[in-house]
Design a protein around this ligand. Sequence first.
Ligand SMILES: C[S@@+](CC[C@H](N)C(=O)[O-])C[C@H]1O[C@@H](n2cnc3c(N)ncnc32)[C@H](O)[C@@H]1O
Length: 451
Amino acid sequence: MTGRASIDGYLLGEPYPSNFHREFSPAWIDAVLRCRGLVPPRAPRAVFRLLDLGCGDGFGLIVLAAAYPEAEFVGVDALEAHIQSAADTAARLGLANIRFRCERFADIAPEASAFDYVTGQGVIAWISPDNRRHVFRIAGEALKPGGIACFGYNAMPGWKDVIPLQRLIRELAGGEGPAWQRFRSALAQCRSIAEAGAASLHPEWPEWLEKQVETLPQAYFPHEYLNDNWSPLWSADVRDGMAAYGCAYFGNARRDRLREDFCLTTAQRARIAALAEAPRETAADLFVNASFRIDMFGRDVPPAPEPLDARLDSWWAATADEAEADYTLQTPAGTLRFDNAAAHAILHGLARGPNTLRSIHATGAAGTAADVLNASDALFAGGHIIPAEPAAGTPRAAPVNAEIAARIGAGAHLGVQVGPHGALALPSATVTAAHDGDDQARAVLARLGIL
Ligand SMILES: C[S@@+](CC[C@H](N)C(=O)[O-])C[C@H]1O[C@@H](n2cnc3c(N)ncnc32)[C@H](O)[C@@H]1O
């Protein structure tokens, strides 16, 4: 990324790092919808189409294409280097169910009502208001009735203290030269300005960013801090943006917002209970100081006729071992404790591989169906179980898994493997160890049904 070439203020140059964002997999979106009593866009393992807007180097979409051979994926991005890399990787890995297009949002006229899912991670809060409207337009037009659009974005109020820092970095980094160097030098200047006593720039924020520099990929920072239109959004504005294209809000797909009673205190919930949905969500964001949201929108998304059955029939995989799991979760509302028979029975039941909650309920060890669903919500919120799919043949899983391991080896921040039960997120260190033959790591993969 040298110089200031941009698309409407979005810098061109160094590609964005490869990513896999688990919340944008169909299994995850469907699981959250089921938890909310809604019908997902497709029956498990039915044919579907997914459009990803601002797909970056497309690697996350490639992982999904390997996990869902029955589906068709389309990735769009304006940066030629992204699309070239995405198309080359997909061809090299032998994936025939994915296409990439190099296009700007303003120029996209999507096939109407053609997609079951439209996703956009890390896009709408990084682009101009006009381009944001184009993303909403494309999603509104492209979605089938009953389909879901899912956008991940930097949210207010969580970024309120970082906005002055981003602003100053962007202005200080405005010259010529490699973006990374401009960013580093601007951050150093911000630090000394903050240390001189700036009322709206506390030294803790440049320090916080310096710490991130030690752990996150270099290429992330120019995209986050040097773009002209970077602007954390209020959820009500995103909601209004999608409403203009006929789509209603269907909830936040983050696991830490799965249930209000998990993340808000009784007093907080009582105070906002009578509010309309939008201000209530804003108040909830204020209660938890939300800094990132993953919002789902759609048109004609029906309530599930048998919500309890739909949830019992859903598939899950365990990321934790029953004996070693921590059955507590710290949330903004306090400590959630779920060291109960149902939670143990679920982890026990998933120890030999992914399965349905119904199979666990049928053992009789987990209590009532309501006990099973409550425990599965807590285990999901706590990261001990993740949504999975019924088994299917995934012929391109092996080359894609090897590619993930190779990219991790080369420094990528990726944590996922593909198996018969879907694209399942796990720590990158576990992926590396499993590929190196470590028995414990291989046992983790076996529990996810991957080996
Ligand atoms: C922060 S990156 C996120 C990439 C990817 N979704 C991910 O999460 O890894 C934002 C992406 O939006 C793309 N983008 C920015 N402006 C665009 C435009 N006007 N039209 C199409 N793509 C655009 C960029 O090239 C970049 O790949």
